[in-house]
Design a protein around this ligand. Sequence first.
Ligand SMILES: NC(=O)c1ccc[n+]([C@@H]2O[C@H](COP(=O)([O-])OP(=O)(O)OC[C@H]3O[C@@H](n4cnc5c(N)ncnc54)[C@H](OP(=O)(O)O)[C@@H]3O)[C@@H](O)[C@H]2O)c1
Length: 318
Amino acid sequence: MRAWRVHELGNPDDVLKLEDLPEPTPGPGQVLVKVRAAALNFFDGLMVQGLYQERPPLPFTPGTELCGEIVGTGQRVLGSTSGGPGAFAEYALMDADAAWPVPEGMTDEKAASLYITYQTGYVGLHRRANIQAGDWVLVHAGAGGVGSAAIQLARAAGAHVIATAGGAHKVKVCLELGADHAVDYTAEDFVPVVKEVTGGHGADIVYDPVGGDVFDKSRKCIAFEGRLLVVGFTSGRIPEVPANHMLVKNYSVVGLHWGLYRKHDPALFGMVHEQLTRLVDEGHIDPLVSRALPLEEAPAALKALADRSTVGKVVLVP
Ligand SMILES: NC(=O)c1ccc[n+]([C@@H]2O[C@H](COP(=O)([O-])OP(=O)(O)OC[C@H]3O[C@@H](n4cnc5c(N)ncnc54)[C@H](OP(=O)(O)O)[C@@H]3O)[C@@H](O)[C@H]2O)c1
């Protein structure tokens, strides 16, 4: 089978090699799947460079979420590859008990995109931030993979959404995804906008995959008893928060590491998948796939994500 491999860490353009490898052999509890679509995540590029918190042993095949067809049964499933990366290939291994059925009628590309960002968004908004109908939710980088899922999920929970994004096109995408208001935060300060739009109340929940200055500014427009969700640091800077500021404004900074539930509450993934399937069936959520590229395009696709030039999800089709 064809599979991308990383033998040494570095720039994806330099270190990714498309190789011909034997199909992987399933171990106990695993299934072999023919990959129908593999979705990209920002951290795939970080992992190839050795800049992510998880460092798989070399050599490895990158790619962490997919829609595949179980070899033998033909059932279409979605989820993560077993025990780490491995989806940017023609075949991959999944854990049999974590290969989730694809919602009725959903395309392979959208199904591959219904896992990491939507599960993260659902767990973040519902379990970690206790989202309530009527809340004001501020979603940063709302046109990105994580952000686009969060806009749809917050709307599905009955919240009002203000999104930020870089540039006019991305602002339009946020509005099309269901945001009530969207701000080009590369051109305009979002703090006064949030205060004005919420009538001085502020954001009850901030969903922040960007960090850096965006996180710092979010503390200026968070509501009384607000929850600031720490989702990621695409800006490249890990921010810090003075504890006295949390005290005087009475808000919480809430960490979110969805993957950790594998250890602490493995039953959560199936429950969340059921909720996501229901939301798909009811028409509340629908993954935005902006590009479906052939498997050979993996390096260019990873570069596009790193360059901030994509909206929604980018998928590879072997
Ligand atoms: N906590 C968790 O459990 C969890 C789970 C999944 C992903 N994540 C994290 O969530 C973050 C977003 O992932 P994603 O897959 O949604 O990525 P993505 O689709 O590439 O979107 C990220 C967006 O971040 C914004 N951004 C701001 N500054 C940037 C910079 N300097 N370089 C690149 N992008 C920048 C860009 O939007 P604008 O141009 O609009 O600013 C970009 O489109 C990543 O840090 C990822 O690791 C966390």
